[in-house]
Write a protein that binds this ligand. Structure first.
Ligand code: MG
Length: 352
């Protein structure tokens, strides 16, 4: 980046441009930590002295959307990033930044939603902060929600099952770098719902759609999957969607990943909206889904357990890791193979 360059919306869109900004202008400047999983891992959460630690800000536009709102999103997003490491979320922080003139009624709605989502996820807001900025300085309300978690009671059992099938497996957490050729890739449900729900109510788009956001805390479903065992990695396909997630896994684990288009669960309404708007459902963010890499021998059992849960009933095995090529490729419906490159950024800005 030269000196005259400025921040673009795409720098916050979860794809290649954001990764580049983070690596060149954030990671390279900060002192390097020596935590078990620190900032340089760029994983879903850090692991600091055995504690799972996550920070996330929420800038979704609009604040209220079909299926959710910024409050439900904040709690779910942070809970999910802690859960996918193999953590059990315990306590969250809530930092509200409000614009002068913001309706107190809207704040109440957001807070009741936060309370409901905390109950659903069995977490508490333990600390917080409230700031107000002048009218015009921001779009109503943004939220930072950080959180801590402890080791899930099923994580060690899960890793023991991995070691039964893979000698020498040493990882203590579910890391992006844990995947080996042969591991099966599972998605916990339909993709693209959140991004399309947000777009459907945006000014200037306003297309007819009955798609609702999938925003949901997934810690209970994740625990259920871990109690089966054999899971090596887990991640939530948020900004940049499934395409970005699989490319991150491929790069950090140094494996190829092959997925099959016909096996990827996508709602008809999402498919239709994406076709109309010319965007790729694989690149759209989700807020109530996880992707799981599991040793081949346990894949069917994990899939079955997921399907028994409400939030995982559409789960599917969509492919596997391979050493036959690098990067991510998809067998298409018409029988060809297509490279899935890392997206430059999510096609829908400010979805989370
Ligand atoms: Mg994540």
């Amino acid at each position: 980046m030269d000196k005259s360059e400025r921040i673009l919306m795409a720098h916050g869109a979860g794809g290649y441009l954001m990764q580049k900004l983070i690596k060149e202008h954030i990671l390279s400047i900060l002192p390097k930590d020596s935590f078990e999983v620190g900032l340089h891992a760029l994983d879903d959460s850090a692991i600091v002295n055995g504690v799972v630690f996550k920070s996330d800000s929420y800038t979704v536009k609009p604040l209220f959307f079909p299926g959710g709102d910024i409050g439900r999103l904040a709690v779910s997003g942070t809970v999910n990033d802690i859960s996918v490491m193999g953590g059990k979320p315990i306590a969250l922080s809530l930092a509200l930044i409000l614009e002068e003139g913001f309706p107190v009624d809207d704040l109440d709605r957001i807070m009741y939603s936060i309370a409901d989502t905390c109950r659903e996820a069995d977490v508490y807001i333990a600390t917080g902060d409230t700031k107000v900025v002048e009218r015009g300085s921001l779009d109503g309300c943004i939220i930072n929600c950080s959180g801590i978690g402890v080791r899930s009671r099923y994580l060690d059992y899960n890793l023991d099952i991995v070691r039964k099938f893979r000698r020498g497996f040493e990882a203590r957490w579910l890391l992006d770098s844990n995947i080996k050729p042969g591991d099966k890739i599972i998605v916990s449900g339909t993709i693209g719902d959140h991004g399309v729900a947000i777009l459907s109510c945006r000014e200037g788009y306003g297309f007819e759609s009955n798609i609702r956001s999938d925003v949901k805390p997934l810690n209970r479903m994740v625990e259920r999957a871990l109690s089966v065992g054999g899971i090596v990695a887990m991640k939530d396909p948020t900004r940049g969607g499934l395409a970005n997630l699989l490319n991150e896994w491929s790069e950090k684990s140094r494996v190829g990943i092959l997925i099959r288009e016909e096996d990827i669960p996508i709602r008809e309404g999402v498919r239709a909206a994406c076709e109309m708007l010319g965007i790729d459902p694989l690149e759209i963010g989700n807020e109530g889904k996880v992707v799981i890499a599991v040793v081949e021998e346990m894949a069917e059992e994990v899939l079955e357990a997921l399907r028994e849960t409400e939030e995982g009933r559409d789960a599917a095995i969509i492919g596997e890791a391979t050493d036959e090529f690098e990067g991510v490729a998809m067998e298409t419906l018409i029988g060809g193979k297509r490279i899935i490159p890392p997206p430059l950024g999510d096609p829908v800005p400010r979805i989370c």
